[in-house]
Design a protein around this ligand. Structure first.
Ligand code: AFP
Length: 333
């Protein structure tokens, strides 16, 4: 008979003996938020029946956008616990300082509460992304510097995928582990221990409609991925347009996802602190690599909490190949 491991048991068993349980409990808080957000996103299609976003629902309450709802759930579950000194959310311009009335902890939580919002209305998978840092200076009550750390300093990172099932995938630096929510019991159960990127990879994922907006190196890279070179890899194309879903599929099947810089968007679209950084941490822990086309994502120090970055992420040899194409094309200029 196979054994069943809940996320609580798994996290607790991996807690170092000297730990005080702060990180363990913070991960539990996020798992609980994932269950609540997952429950709500599963009912998203009913909004059409019960009333549009912004309209009054049948109880006379104003309907909230799901991404705002997800932001508030994470806030409600994490702000008062005494485990955090600071939070940064995609949904809020300013960093979230922990109010004086609550205890202050030694961790920083950065998150994109619900990514892929344009997919919500069409019932396509969406996700939450999170990263956890140590506060740089625990004697302070939390300052912006505590959040502006490179992803190499992450203590933990993960995502929640709201798809056919709800899954939570996370790493604290010793492997990447996936849990699937059993909706009957409301428990995340270990389903994908120690995920490693498969080799050979299966997919490349990009919005190729933007080809003309990219630099020559990135265009050459797509040509290569599409099989136009003698040494092209044998890959198939898949693109959902929901970062967590695209990342998750490629983590399980192998491949590369990219969202490059464009002429009018020199830093790309995705956010460094709470999208690219946490996923870069996960991919490296699964044996892969993430780059902005020139440098490892893990080494980029954010200057601003909402800074954007070009992202190439997946199997190491596929990502190193785009760095080589970009270098070669820039040398010609
Ligand atoms: P939305 O939240 O606007 O749907 O954007 C989602 C996203 O940030 C990320 O999840 C996707 O990978 C990427 O944008 C898709 O962008 P394109 O629609 O330009 O391909």
């Amino acid at each position: 008979m196979s054994t069943v491991t809940t996320i609580e048991k798994f996290i607790l068993e991996r807690q170092p003996v000297y730990a005080r349980g702060e990180l363990t409990n913070l991960l539990y808080d996020i798992a609980l938020a994932a269950k609540i957000i997952g429950h709500k996103t599963n009912r998203a299609g009913l909004i059409d029946i019960l009333g549009d976003v912004g309209a009054l629902n049948i109880q006379g309450e104003s309907q909230q956008k799901l991404d705002v709802y997800a932001h508030e759930i994470l806030l409600q579950l994490c702000e008062h616990t005494g485990r955090l000194c600071l939070m940064v959310s995609e949904e809020q311009e300013d960093p979230i300082y922990i109010p004086e009335r609550y205890g202050k902890g030694s961790y920083v939580l950065v998150f994109d509460p619900l990514d892929g919002s344009s997919n919500i209305d069409v019932n396509v998978s969406i996700g939450t992304i999170f990263g956890i840092y140590h506060c740089v200076d625990t004697s302070n009550r939390g300052r912006i510097e505590d959040a502006l750390q490179p992803a190499r300093s992450l203590v933990a990172a993960g995502y929640v995928l709201y798809g056919a099932s709800t899954m939570l995938v996370y790493s604290t630096g010793d492997g990447v582990h996936g849990f699937t929510l059993n909706p009957e019991y409301g428990e995340f159960l270990l389903s994908h221990p120690n995920l490693r990127l498969p080799n050979p990879p299966a997919y490349y994922s990009v919005n190729a409609a933007y080809y003309k907006r990219w630099s020559p190196g990135v265009r050459r890279y797509l040509d290569w991925l599409e099989g136009k070179d003698p040494d092209s890899p044998n890959l198939s194309a898949r693109y959902i347009g929901s970062l967590v879903a695209d990342f998750h599929r490629n983590l399980l099947r192998g491949g590369v996802f990219f969202y490059p810089a464009e002429q009018k968007k020199p830093d790309g679209k995705l956010r460094l602190l709470y999208e690219a950084g946490p996923l870069a941490f996960l991919i490296e822990n699964a044996g892969g690599y993430a780059s902005d086309g020139r440098h490892p994502i893990l080494d980029i120090v954010p200057a601003d909490p909402h800074q954007r970055v070009a992202l190439f992420i997946g199997n190491r040899d596929l990502v190193e190949r785009v760095e080589a194409f970009i270098r070669q094309e820039e040398m010609k200029m």
